[in-house]
Design a protein around this ligand. Sequence first.
Ligand SMILES: [Zn+2]
Length: 276
Amino acid sequence: MADALGTQAEIGVIGGSGFYSFLDDVTEITVRTPYGDPSDSLFLGELAGRKVAFLPRHGRKHHLPPHRINYRANLWALRSLGVRQVLGPCAVGGLRPEYGPGTLLVPDQLVDRTRSRVQTYFDGEPIGPDGRVPEVVHLAFADPYCPTGRAVALAAARGRGWEPVDGGTMVVIEGPRFSTRAESRWHAAQGWSVVGMTGHPEAVLARELGLCYTSMALVTDLDAGAETGEGVTHEEVLKVFAENVSRLREVLFDAVGALPATEERDCLCVPAHALP
Ligand SMILES: [Zn+2]
């Protein structure tokens, strides 16, 4: 864990290469974990005086579908570098007509509709630097996202002239297929806001490791049940995505600079059973 490698990064960003490829000084490192290999190398850089580790969630070639991502290895690898706060930008579909392409939503709730993913480190196996086998752990997860991280992300977005949606529920589906119209209408009828494929178990694994986790959901299209008229074309979606990725990067970088120092965290994200 952190003792072995030292603190090489304090903040983690799980997102594509668009977030770090242009940084001047990036160090690529390979990290192995007891849970296997993360999605790719980790890329260390410095932003606003903060040490940041970037990890391409789907691999740099974007070859890992959501259900094949080794979420446990990803979060473990970040933590082993010293990371204690994680920003998780992701692409989602909007479940309401008003959440069209280009909407940035910082969710405060999550619904898990995945079905094949390992979603805990506490599965009866040894865990942690001392190799202890913990007793059964039932994690408190009523508030799945870091309140501090959420506030920082929202302020950063507003600072860049983006009016983000403050709160809402992200339903995470197994994928890799998109929802049927019936599923999508059902999701919307529950009052859920956006639908994604990677937000779970990323959030819960982060909490198990005592990491602050903040999701930043960029709507790239309206989901099947929320479409009106002919809907946007694929080209329009790509265009909107490209436009907003650069803006999202600015917001991310501002947020990185505004997050509290690791030792100043006073949120709910460090559970009693957290690893040393
Ligand atoms: Zn927190």
